[in-house]
Design a protein around this ligand. Structure first.
Ligand SMILES: [Zn+2]
Length: 249
């Protein structure tokens, strides 16, 4: 499949929107990647969200579900170290305090030979746009319906993003909700997960960064106690490099 899209899927709102949009609306085949970090407390919730969204797809949108390849889980601890991505990352991190996950994603794209890995960076309103997003947007061009880094970014470190596409960079979280409603998959999008520190009853903590963003953006998951709580804890062998997500809970 040479038109296969490669998409990072964390189980969150932005990447889940992109997965559903590609499969249901664009009807394009897709290979999703979930990057596993053993230190992350919300992993089981994210995996549960992915499983539930796929189950919903298979039931309600079987033709779209058939376009989805098994989710590839990539263990970030087993990605090879890469001096070049480290240098780019450090250059950016000195300026912006950038999440380390972007360095993992860049290493993944290089080590898996993917030159168009879809990353869910979204649009911010003018009042709240972080400087990093502003500078990134200034160095992105649209070519054949894809948003990509320009060839000579002003900041050398932005080359960290040279293997990425930014399919939702013109969307706010609210825009995604509106489009999902229009296309009939909002209830699947509402199965997504964002909080880093879910409480015992499975309700988001309300305090971590994604929770704060969720409050500002006001997107609706219809949370109830235990409504998004995983059936069981997700385990991935610490020293395994990659694997395919088993869909049974
Ligand atoms: Zn939270």
């Amino acid at each position: 499949m040479n038109n296969l899209k490669h998409t990072l899927w964390s189980g969150g709102w932005d990447s889940s929107f992109r997965v559903l949009q590609l499969l249901i609306s664009a009807g394009e085949p897709m290979q999703p990647y979930y990057v596993y970090d053993h230190r992350r407390k919300s992993t089981s919730y994210e995996i549960e969200a992915i499983r539930r969204i796929i189950a919903g797809l298979q039931k309600e949108f079987p033709r779209a579900a058939a376009l989805l390849q098994p989710v590839k889980i990539v263990n970030k601890s087993r990605l090879k170290k890469d001096a070049q991505t480290r240098q780019w990352y450090e250059e950016l991190n000195r300026l912006y305090t950038l999440g380390i996950q972007y360095e993992w994603f860049a290493r993944l794209s290089r080590q898996y030979g993917i030159s168009d890995l879809e990353l869910g960076i979204v649009r911010h309103t003018e009042e709240e746009i972080p400087q990093f997003n502003l500078d990134l947007e200034r160095n992105i061009r649209e070519v054949e319906d894809q948003y990509r880094l320009i060839d000579q970014p002003v900041l050398h470190g932005l080359r960290l993003f040279e293997n990425f596409c930014f399919p939702v960079i013109r969307y706010s979280k609210d825009d995604m909700g509106t489009e999902a409603r229009k296309l009939g998959f909002h209830h699947l999008l509402a199965l997504s997960w964002y909080c880093y520190h879910p409480g015992k009853n499975g309700i988001p903590c309300g305090e971590c960064k994604p929770c704060q963003i969720a409050r500002i953006s006001g997107y609706d998951h219809h949370f109830q106690p235990y409504s998004h709580k995983p059936v069981r804890k997700f385990h991935f062998p610490r020293f395994k490099k990659e694997g395919l997500l088993n869909l049974s809970p």
